[in-house]
Design a protein around this ligand. Structure first.
Ligand code: SME
Length: 157
């Protein structure tokens, strides 16, 4: 814990834990995560989930301008994260082959796979920024930690 950004992530995690305590509905939890992160984190221009539904990514709870509804596995940054199971950190979306531009103001992006307690991929969290290079290793570690805590951890009644 040594940067201001990490501190804000920690505060978000605490707030999300409190909101989601005892909650087992995935959509309710996604809405809470998107709501907290979007409003607390600087530079989060679009914050939301694409859920895995019948082998495709379908829009879930989000905050920001209108997002596209469906993304194929392997397409764009979200589809790449879903297909590889690996977090994608994109400094400049214009350099990412096949990037899907839902809002032309987006300049950089991070997409984190979301797994349930069985390790199944249930969604991806997509965050866009209107600034280039807004995301790095710290964002990856902190977002992965929050998502694991909320979606892969035990439900504490
Ligand atoms: N840019 C994403 C598509 C989703 S929107 O940014 C909300 C992608 O390339 O997968």
């Amino acid at each position: 814990m040594n940067s201001a950004k990490e501190e804000v992530y920690q505060q978000c995690q605490t707030q999300i834990q409190a909101l989601c305590e005892g909650e087992d509905d995935g959509i309710a939890k996604m809405a809470s995560v998107a709501g907290v992160l979007h409003n607390e984190m600087a530079d989060f221009f679009w914050t939301g989930f694409y859920r895995v539904v019948d082998g495709k990514l379908v829009i879930g709870p989000y905050q920001g301008s209108v997002g596209c509804l469906r993304i194929e596995f392997g397409k764009g940054v979200c589809g790449t994260a879903a297909a590889t199971g690996e977090t994608q950190v994109v400094e400049d979306v214009h350099e990412f082959p096949g990037h899907i531009a839902c809002d032309e103001r987006s300049q950089s992006e991070i997409v984190v796979p979301v797994r349930n307690e069985s390790g199944d991929l249930i969604a991806v969290l997509d965050v866009d920024s209107a600034k280039k290079g807004a995301f790095d290793e710290l964002d990856r570690v902190c977002l992965e930690r929050i998502l694991e805590d909320v979606f892969a951890g035990p439900v504490i009644p």
